[in-house]
Ligand binder design. Structure first.
Ligand code: B12
Length: 209
């Protein structure tokens, strides 16, 4: 497969090339979303494939992830630039035991750009912390991210905690992350699932009309 210089930079973990290319695309007026969707995300999928096939190990994974994170520092403010009135409040986080946050950050940025007030609780977030954040305002949408099969059960734990604290009725829960499926969402009683950040915004909006 032929990758752009930018995508290849992510795959090689070459931070200087990646940041140079991101800035170049933006200077040429490429939409930030296009830079993300056409270069960075396919590159990250390739990195995942190389890791899966045993060609890459954790250090390579981390170098590629760093290029992605640093790019997002440049792209996120542009993705979230939009003066629209807030549609609703979303509390987002990566569940307990899981430190993957690239996808979660992207979803958070897109939600913010889509007109939501976003409270980002970060990574490795225990169920109690989600519940506490929801308690602060009724009608908050909860968005959970998990990238490990071993941390997916934590999503159910969050739903159970919201139920136990009497918060579930007023708060919808949406979930996502590479190993998550619609079937899993249904099984644990979540209200929705999407496999990408753009669809996450449409999904979130569907609860506020
Ligand atoms: C980058 C990466 C890392 C980085 C993370 C850096 C960071 N700050 O996030 C580092 C190097 C730290 C890392 C560590 C580990 N990783 Co890792 N990692 C990846 C990798 C290559 C890419 C993930 C990524 O960022 N993708 C790009 C983003 C944009 O995609 P995404 O997260 O899927 O998000 C999109 C959608 O899923 C969706 N979405 C995401 N969240 C949400 C939430 C909601 C509400 C909605 C609606 C949608 C949504 O929208 C996003 C945008 O479109 C994946 C491979 C893969 N194919 O996923 C492995 C992968 C997830 N890692 C894996 C593993 C095993 C690990 C480690 C255990 C490795 C180790 N031996 O130490 C550790 C675990 C650490 C921990 N406890 O969390 C495995 C998991 C296997 C499994 N079945 O559980 C994977 C699948 C690799 C593999 N094929 O084996 N990893």
């Amino acid at each position: 497969m032929d990758f752009s210089v930018l995508a290849q930079g992510v795959i090689d973990g070459d931070l200087d090339t990646v940041l140079g290319e991101v800035r170049r695309y933006l200077a040429e007026d490429a939409p930030p979303q296009t830079v993300m969707e056409e270069h960075l995300l396919p590159a990250m999928s390739e990195v995942g494939r190389l890791f899966e096939e045993g060609e890459y190990f954790v250090p390579e994974l981390m170098m590629s992830a760093r290029t992605m994170q640093e790019s997002m520092k440049i792209l996120n403010p542009l993705l979230t630039q939009s003066g629209v009135q807030k549609i609703g409040r979303v509390v987002i986080g990566t569940v307990k035991g899981d430190f993957h946050d690239i996808g979660k950050n992207l979803v958070a940025a897109m939600l913010e750009g889509g007109g939501f007030e976003v409270v980002d609780l970060g990574v490795d977030v225990p169920p109690e912390k989600f519940a506490d954040a929801v308690r602060q305002r009724e009608g908050t949408l909860v968005a959970l991210s998990a990238l490990l099969t071993t941390t997916m059960p934590q999503m159910k734990k969050v739903i159970e905690k919201l139920e136990a604290d009497g918060l579930r009725k007023s708060s919808k829960v949406i979930i996502g992350g590479a190993p998550v499926t619609g079937e899993f969402a249904e099984k644990i009683g979540a209200d929705g699932y999407s496999d990408n950040a753009g669809a996450a915004v449409t999904l979130a909006k569907s609860f506020f009309v």
